[in-house]
Design a protein. Structure first.
Length: 108
């Protein structure tokens, strides 16, 4: 089976799904992207990315309860799968190994 790859935006969204845990839904992820990364994003782009990650088996979703704050509407909550967590670990290891090759980033 060929290795599944993720793009940079997919990686960031996947990381936020893992970090936000029970609060990982589209609007919260978009807010985190804007707050933490100072990156303005379209909510539709976040949702499309979440659907793509779910299709790849890296996250799964379930409908949360309806709230009065949302006018009785339910929100879709995302959770990372074991495959998604394995992907994040592999991505982190790869990044660290690459960063080690950059002389300006080496610790003295």
């Amino acid at each position: 089976m060929a290795r599944e790859y993720v793009g940079e935006f997919e990686e960031v969204v996947l990381t936020l799904v893992a970090a936000l845990q029970d609060d990982a839904y589209g609007a919260a992820i978009a807010e985190e992207l804007e707050t933490r990364l100072k990156r303005s994003v379209n909510l539709s782009a976040v949702h499309v990315t979440l659907y793509r990650l779910e299709d790849k088996g890296l996250i799964k979703s379930a409908m949360g309860g309806a709230t009065q704050q949302r006018g009785g509407r339910r929100k879709r909550i995302y959770t990372i799968t074991s495959a998604g967590l394995a992907m994040l670990k592999a991505l982190k290891e790869t990044r660290v190994e690459l960063w080690k090759l950059v002389p300006q980033l080496k610790m003295s």
